[in-house]
Design a protein around this ligand. Structure first.
Ligand code: NAD
Ligand code: WQD
Length: 348
């Protein structure tokens, strides 16, 4: 495979989704430089990426809140073709307690990055989220579904980020932007060398499931079974992180091939299929033959009842469709949990 498709800067590239995307970029022939301040990841991930792809991405430890440093870094790579911006803080509950951390880290970092690339012909991919839709009135949600008022500072930073990027792309013709609205990323690389590394007690379902199954957590609580859904538990559109990573490569290629219909575009990135919490648990038990210790608990405040994506725009325009199913997601997450149990990482 030729390594001449261009240099891509990946912010947050040692994080969960970033690391998987670096692998897919390298395997598609791109050169990669990672920027990360290791706030929520470890530099060991660079070795893990190199073990998968046989290529070591450049790694620069840098905090995107440091405006001068960001500008200096961008100037030191004059041939950057694209930027994929994952770096952000992502805990909804933390954002409620410390909103300024979120506005600073998620919004100021983005603005610093945009200042640094101003005037350069950059293809920019932004990590947005299905959280921008809130509790939808109609399902599935399309990209044209009106956004609801954000229910957390974290969600607000994604709406603000999208707005900043739209305005900036419209004002500066050199910049092209694709915002990918991820649904619920889960699973791990099939090599089991990279995956999600939650700090402390996981807030998300699948890491909690695998940590309970391996004995790190005593019991999983299902947050409510009295919702208006077929089995009473909440429904999400879970998307394999490897499929999600590939959507970023597709987005860069769409911009490189001048296929955009506008300077700023959004795409839903999900499978188009919803699964309930109880379906996830049952699938996990079936695939792994592990009996999960769980009980039904009260609802979690602020939870969306049900959401899944209409993915026809991504299929038609981005020419991307998810290939992996819930079983693939859960078996890879389980393989990764077993791997890190035997090979602990620094931020465990
Ligand atoms: P992650 O925490 O694993 O990765 C984010 C990375 O960014 C980490 O390695 C962290 O150290 C780094 N980072 C944070 N602030 C930084 C800063 N100021 N300077 C440099 N590096 C910094 O998270 P993830 O799950 O990989 O999420 C990636 C992106 O996708 C985020 O923008 C997140 O909001 C978005 N997203 C995630 C989900 C999800 O459920 N995981 C869903 C929708 C959207
Ligand atoms: C999934 C389902 C829970 C844990 C969050 C963010 C969102 C987005 C993705 C970034 C829900 C249930 C969970 C547990 C449970 N991130 N659950 N017991 O809530 O869709 O979204 O992550 O943009 O912004 O809010 O994902 O994995 O937390 O929950 O029953 O211990 O699992 O109630 O129905 P969610 P999740």
């Amino acid at each position: 495979m030729s390594n001449n498709k261009g240099l891509i800067l990946v912010t947050g590239g040692t994080g969960y989704i970033g690391a998987h995307t670096v692998v897919e970029l390298q395997q598609s022939g791109y050169q990669v430089v990672i920027i990360d301040n290791l706030l929520n990841s470890t530099v060991q991930i660079v070795d893990q990426i190199a073990a998968i792809t046989g290529q070591r991405p450049d790694f620069i430890k840098l905090d995107l809140r440091e405006k001068q440093q960001v500008a200096k870094l961008i100037n030191s790579y004059p041939n950057i073709e694209g930027v994929i911006h994952f770096a952000a803080s992502k805990s909804v509950s933390e954002s409620v307690g410390d909103p300024l951390l979120y506005y600073d880290n998620n919004v100021c970092s983005l603005v610093n990055l945009l200042h640094a690339i101003k005037g350069k012909p950059i293809k920019f991919v932004f990590s947005s989220s299905c959280t921008v839709y809130g509790e939808p009135d109609q399902l599935p949600v399309t990209e044209a579904t009106p956004l609801k008022a954000a229910t957390s500072p974290y969600g607000n930073t994604k709406q603000i980020g999208e707005a900043i990027l739209k305005d900036t792309a419209q004002a500066h013709s050199q910049l092209k932007v694709i915002a990918l609205r991820y649904f619920n990323p889960v699973g791990a690389h099939p090599s089991a060398l990279i995956g999600e590394l939650p700090k402390g007690v996981p807030q998300n379902l699948v890491p909690f499931v695998t940590q309970t199954a391996i004995g790190k957590r005593p019991q999983l609580i299902v947050y409510g079974n009295d919702y208006p859904t077929p089995d009473g538990s909440c429904i999400r559109d879970y998307i394999h992180v490897v499929d999600l990573a590939k959507a970023h490569v597709a987005a860069i290629q769409r911009m490189q091939h001048n296929e955009m219909l506008d300077v700023y575009e959004t795409f839903n990135i999900g499978t188009g299929k919803g699964n309930s919490v109880l379906e996830v648990i049952n699938a996990f038990e079936r695939i792994t033959n592990v009996k999960l210790n769980y009980r039904i608990g009260p609802r979690r405040e602020g939870d969306i009842i049900k959401i899944w994506a209409d993915v026809s725009k991504a299929t038609q325009e981005l020419k991307w469709t998810a290939q992996l199913n819930l079983d693939d997601m859960l078996s890879s997450a389980w393989a990764w949990e077993k791997y890190i149990n035997n090979n602990p990482f620094k931020n465990d």
